[in-house]
Design a protein around this ligand. Structure first.
Ligand code: NDP
Length: 459
């Protein structure tokens, strides 16, 4: 049987681009189909613009401590400049992604694709079919919007980057990554910011010291937190949006944003017709090699619901290409993924939380809390937190959790020794770098407290 292509990829985001590029490098004839912009969520309306906006918002903190270093700053902020410069940068990255695809010979097709069979794809706009030995679905996800009256008045992270102007106030629903990162951004840029979350503390699933530390940091930055409450309905009230809360309160906001999770992009893809199975959460079900229930169809990235993180999608795309086109069967290890929350203060984590580790055997916990050096000349009281969790026997490092400036950069490097199975003794052998925050990780003497048979001792 001959096909038009060896591989057709649907979706030119992080995972799809890497898979297409690597497969083409290994000699495959590859087409990639994208209906929006090359680069996907991460480059166009996710990680990259988010981090740029986080940088913009952090000037607020720097100006706040500037006078303690002798500086007098009279600063004003222009939203339109930030939006325009962001656009320039993501356009540059988009053309870089495009060039990287074209260099090994990947054909880029701008259209909407529907899976028409195990080896065929229909191009909706062009009205023609393509055949391929393998199909790769890398269509990512989109923001989930709760089904409530007036939901259409709210924005999501998709729209937040390109608002015509900053609102005077914003209500953000959700307690996850996007909620706290955008709260940091909007508050830092001078918007009166409120988070509304259905749970009792932001960042469910993170270590409790990170959650409580970030909560305090957000409050110190003037962000209001409303817990155990949801938005019931919304209506237009002049230029504002009137919000009805589940506790019966009604209040106006300049803007409302949903940060209530992301849903895999499977709708309208034709997957049910070819028999591609989905998980209970609506993601594409894949095995360790990203193969779906249809042997010629693979899937990587957010659409598979494994870990909604760019580097994971990239790794899945790469290993798919290795397995299928380089005769090198590789499965991604999803067990130890470093992750960061680019809020203010920032969080970087890897491995088990204290609560998780304590239920899996006897552990020692090393904890440091101190004022980050940049704040010591000012009256700011915020604390940095570094936590190392180790096994009692053998001292293997099970988890590392950092809250404060540079947490993301630190945790990326901690991920290396942890991936190698490092122990507390390995950390101890390392000479400290002074003065730094990270030196705390290699200078812990005795445990701050321990858990024996699940019971916390000391601390
Ligand atoms: P998250 O899953 O992190 O958080 C979703 C939040 O919305 C949770 O607090 C959840 O509550 C709440 N929620 C869900 N459904 C409802 C509902 N119907 N009503 C009210 N609240 C609801 O999703 P995000 O949208 O923040 O981000 C999506 C994913 O994108 C992240 O999980 C992450 O993988 C990725 N991401 C990563 C970033 C990074 O690496 N820095 C940055 C941004 C996104 P509950 O806790 O009770 O479930």
């Amino acid at each position: 049987m001959t096909y038009d292509y060896d591989l057709v990829v649907i979706g030119a985001g992080s995972g799809g681009v890497r898979a297409a590029r690597m497969a083409a490098t290994y000699g495959a004839k590859v087409a990639i189909i994208e209906e929006f912009r090359v680069g996907g969520t991460c480059v166009i309306r996710g990680c990259v613009p988010k981090k740029l906006y986080v940088y913009a918002s952090r000037f607020h903190d720097l100006f706040d401590v500037a006078s303690s270093f002798g500086w007098q700053v009279d600063a004003t902020f222009d939203w339109a400049t930030l939006v325009a410069n962001k656009e320039k940068e993501i356009t540059r990255l988009e053309s870089g992604y495009t060039a990287n695809l074209e260099k090994p010979g990947v054909e880029i097709i701008k259209d909407r694709a529907v899976v028409a069979g195990p080896n065929s794809v229909h191009l909706v706009g062009q009205g023609r079919d393509l055949s391929a030995r393998y199909l790769l679905i890398a269509t990512g996800g989109h923001p989930y919007i709760p089904h409530i009256p007036g939901a259409e008045l709210a924005i999501t992270s998709n729209e937040a980057f390109d608002l015509p102007q900053l609102p005077h106030s914003i209500l953000i629903e959700g307690g996850g990554y996007i909620a706290v990162e955008f709260a940091t951004i909007f508050a830092g840029l001078g918007v009166n910011t409120t988070i509304i979350y259905r749970g009792d503390c932001i960042l469910r699933g993170f270590d409790d010291d990170m959650r409580r530390g970030l909560e305090a940091g957000l409050i110190e930055r003037g962000i209001r937190l409303i817990y155990q409450t949801t938005i019931k309905s919304m209506s237009r009230q002049g230029d504002d949006i009137s919000v009805n809360f589940s506790d019966g309160v009604t209040a106006p906001f300049g803007a409302v944003m949903f940060a209530t999770g992301r849903t895999p992009n499977v709708h309208g893809l034709g997957l049910d017709k070819v028999g591609v199975e989905l998980t209970s959460t609506g993601a594409i079900k894949v095995d360790a090699y990203s193969q779906t229930s249809v042997t010629s169809i693979y899937a990587v990235g957010d659409v598979t619901g494994r870990a909604q993180l760019t580097p994971v999608a990239i790794r899945e795309g790469w290993y798919f290409a290795e397995t299928v086109f380089n005769n090198n069967k590789l499965a991604v290890d999803h067990s130890q993924i470093p992750t960061a929350v680019f809020s203010d203060p920032e969080i970087g984590v890897i491995g088990l939380t204290e609560a998780e580790a304590a239920t899996h055997g006897d552990i020692d916990v090393y904890l440091a809390r101190f004022r980050p050096m940049i704040n010591t000349l000012s009256t700011r009281t915020e604390r940095m937190v570094l936590k190392l969790i180790t096994e009692k026997d053998g001292g293997k490092v099970l988890g590392c959790h950092i809250l404060g400036p540079g947490a993301a950069e630190m945790i990326q490097l901690v991920a290396i020794p942890m991936g190698m199975g490092a122990t507390k003794a390995d950390f101890d052998r390392t000479i400290a770098l002074h003065p730094s925050a990270a030196e705390e990780l290699v200078t812990f003497k005795a445990p701050t407290y321990t858990y024996r048979n699940g019971e916390k001792l000391g601390g």
